[in-house]
Design a protein around this ligand. Structure first.
Ligand SMILES: O=C(O)CCC(=O)C(=O)O
Ligand SMILES: [Fe+2]
Length: 278
């Protein structure tokens, strides 16, 4: 018989109130095909989910908030990045919990997976290609392995092969730790504004060079398994008063959730309880 070392989730009475949101995976008619493509190729491009007005509103708000260019080659010396977006604006919320995206992630991760980071990336004219990398590399479990994270890049401007569309290396999610891509193996994620590419944390990719005279704006959100440390520390970044106003789904993605039986607890209780007190 298995030793019962830990109390089960159900033994926490407060969970009945706050819920684990384990209602099962959300499913849309497209989810199965999205998931099949993601697991086979390491990425899936889903076109035209946001309309022109939404992209315009995101662009206007991002311009208002964007600051200095990057501090190193990875950030990009001619690339502006807007960090800590959840504390600064509500314009990206719909891109973080978009139903088509969450339905897909529900099939990839255990329940209560987390947002790991969210930022806007504006690649300006003359920027060089970013070095190729994979986004869950800081989890040092050797490859090949299942993805521990997934990344999303929303095209707010049209992504073209000239303006810095993200370069991806199809199929590279299965590669071992000794296999490295060349730029020639990559293809640009050409897609119209309002589309997103979702790719596994193990897929090799990098921002493209911007050889045009116009900016390439993207919003990118990364997610990870519910038992991993996230890149952003949302508890310190986002004031409690702001967090209280957010949708429960986003609160949960930020870490106001539990990986059973009690990873993420506060004083032995569900972390959402903190939002209800003072
Ligand atoms: O801006 C892009 O297209 C990709 C950026 C990226 O992959 C990253 O910063 O991790
Ligand atoms: Fe990346």
């Amino acid at each position: 018989m298995k030793a019962n070392l830990y109390p089960t989730a159900h033994s926490f009475a407060h969970e009945r109130r706050y819920g684990f949101e384990f209602a099962g995976a959300r499913d849309l008619p497209e989810t199965k095909a999205d998931h099949t493509a993601l697991m086979r190729d390491g990425y899936v491009i889903i076109e035209r989910l946001l309309d022109t007005q939404t992209c315009d509103a995101v662009r206007t708000e991002t311009r208002r908030l964007l600051g200095a260019p990057g501090r190193n080659q990875f950030e990009g010396f001619k690339t502006q990045r807007l960090y800590n977006v959840l504390a600064k604006t509500r314009i990206f919320d719909d891109l973080i919990d978009h139903p088509r995206l969450l339905a897909l992630l529900d099939h990839l991760f255990e329940p209560n997976y987390l947002l790991s980071q969210a930022q806007a990336i504006n690649i300006t004219p003359g920027e060089e290609a970013q070095q190729l990398h994979f986004d869950d590399s800081f989890y040092k479990i050797p490859r090949p392995r299942p993805a521990l994270a997934a990344s999303v890049i929303w095209a707010i401007d049209d992504f073209t092969s000239e303006n810095g569309a993200t370069d991806i290396v199809p199929g590279s999610h299965t590669w071992d730790a000794e296999t490295f891509p060349t730029r020639e193996q990559s293809i640009p994620c050409v897609m119209p504004a309002g589309s997103m590419v979702v790719f596994l944390g193990t897929l090799w990719h990098g921002g493209g060079a911007n050889r045009t005279t116009r900016d390439r704006l993207a919003f990118t959100n990364q997610y990870c398994a519910p038992w991993l440390r996230t890149q952003e520390n949302f508890f310190l970044e986002v004031p409690r008063e702001t967090t209280r106003t957010l949708r429960p789904t986003i609160q949960s993605l930020m870490g106001y959730s539990v990986y059973p039986p009690f990873m993420g607890m506060v004083d032995s209780m569900h972390p959402k309880r903190v939002l209800d007190s003072d």
